[in-house]
Design a protein around this ligand. Structure first.
Ligand code: LLP
Length: 438
């Protein structure tokens, strides 16, 4: 359930009229609903309550520190993938002791930073990285006087097909992520016998099989495989205390609503309940996907060949998903008027009198579209459009390509709207370049 609804011919985010927000803060504008973020976090927590998991919201999805703070207040930990993301968590007042750090290319500086902040766990992706972590942990003085070591999980590649887009499939053998299941047991055994084990406790397994996953079977397959590994490791006398099952639960771009977390839980909770493992989860899109819209203003209308173009003031530089993955984001006017006011789900409602258009941006690339072959009510120059379900991998993947400053971000709570990132300026574009010579 998201809280973006049409009432009286116009779009509201909770109790704030989106057109008013655009007038106040300008466009392009990312608008997030605090209530939706909380509700989706709560849904997941409730569905998996029997496991009492550590939920680590995936920072890369929507990394604004005000949103991280909101989720930290809900009790969330964080999945991080860089030193920069750890820095964001700290700036948001998040607890580094509830951060799990994945990523195939962690640098020495990043690892030192995370060791220094005593993060919950390093999700190690290769044998070399594990050796390097052990070296740096020893250099950092671990084990310390209290016997404390760094905690690590081995990211295992379970070789399952999550049936999602190729670019966001991460748990198949041919991807760069994790260590093959067959090699994993050897890695645990040889590390336990090595010097490195004095500084690093490798006592957990991590998987993350992909993103925008709608089916439970790939999770069941992957979890079943790694539970087999856990049994084998325990039989060999090695301690395994935690399993991080990653993220990947889909958002529904057709309805604008989150998927049913209970369906995932119904399949996974029985598998995991008696495993004697602390369970960690890393949801991102499920929480943030349907919690944000990108509001844009129509600049020009034009015909080209047999196409009608609606040219707007945002595009692939602010929401790259359509260009990069061919993703669908529903687009509809902010003030469609009563005749075109949607009821219920986003996609699929048929309105007479709509026009077939391509909604495109100002960037000099033909891939710069937000939606092609869309039926929209007739729009005019100056009208506002909402691009729905843009809360995940929207602003987080935005760039300044073509030297367009980044959009502003607003967080709505009831009728209140708070600017959580000011609009980028021309000076923002060049400040690091000016400072380089200083
Ligand atoms: N954990 C790890 C280790 C990850 O790599 C990711 C996402 C997540 C958790 C969160 O996954 P989620 O629950 O959001 O599916 N830019 C793409 C998605 C890339 C996913 C990267 N990893 C998109 O816009 O569809």
């Amino acid at each position: 359930m998201d809280l973006f609804k049409y009432r009286g011919g116009q779009l509201y985010c909770e109790d704030a009229a989106v057109a008013d927000l655009a007038a106040r803060f300008g466009t392009p504008l990312y608008v997030y609903s605090a209530g939706t973020l909380r509700r989706h976090y709560g849904r997941l927590a409730a569905a998996f309550a029997a496991l009492r998991p550590l939920i680590c919201y995936s920072v890369k999805v929507c990394s604004n520190i005000h949103i991280l703070r909101l989720l930290a207040e809900e009790g969330s930990g964080f999945d991080i993938v860089s030193g920069g993301e750890l820095y964001r968590v700290l700036a948001a007042g998040g607890d580094p002791g509830r951060c799990c750090y994945a990523g195939v290319g962690k640098t020495d500086d990043e690892i030192r930073f995370a060791l220094n902040k005593c993060i919950r766990m390093f999700n190690v992706e290769s044998e070399q990285e594990l050796e390097n972590l052990a070296r740096l942990a020893a250099e950092a003085g671990l084990p310390d006087a209290a016997g404390r070591r760094a905690c690590a999980a081995l990211r295992v590649n379970p070789d399952v097909d999550p049936k999602t887009h190729r670019y966001i499939t991460t748990g198949k053998k041919e991807t760069k992520f994790g260590v093959d299941l067959e090699r994993a047991e050897r890695v645990f055994r040889s590390f336990a016998a090595s010097d490195g084990a004095r500084s690093v406790g490798l006592q957990a397994v991590h998987i993350h099989i992909g993103s925008q996953i709608t089916a439970v079977e790939p999770y069941v397959q992957a979890v079943t495989k790694v539970l087999g590994l856990v049994r084998a490791l325990r039989a060999a006398g090695l301690a395994v205390t935690a399993l991080d099952i990653g993220g990947g639960f889909a958002a529904d771009y057709e309805t604008g609503d989150a998927l049913d977390a209970d369906a995932f839980a119904a399949a996974l909770v029985p598998l995991l309940a008696d495993a004697g493992l602390e369970i960690i989860m890393e949801p991102g899109r499920f929480i943030a996907g349907n919690s944000g819209v990108l509001v844009t203003q129509v600049q020009y209308l034009k015909a080209g060949g047999d196409r009608q173009f609606v040219i707007v003031d945002t595009g692939m530089h602010h929401l790259v998903r359509p260009a990069l993955y061919g993703s669908y984001h529903h687009i509809w006017p902010v003030r469609p008027g009563p005749q075109y006011e949607p009821h219920g789900r986003l996609r699929g409602e048929v309105f007479p009198g709509t026009v077939l258009v391509d909604v495109v941006g100002p960037v000099c690339e033909s891939a710069d579209f937000l939606g092609c072959d869309r039926r929209l009510p007739p729009v005019r120059r100056g009208d506002l459009l909402a691009v729905f379900s843009a809360g995940a991998y929207g602003m987080a993947m935005a760039s300044e390509y073509n030297s367009f400053p980044r959009p502003a971000e607003v967080l709505v709570e009831g009728a209140e709207a708070r600017l959580i990132r000011r609009r980028g300026t021309y000076e923002d574009l060049i400040a690091p370049e000016r400072q380089a010579g200083a």
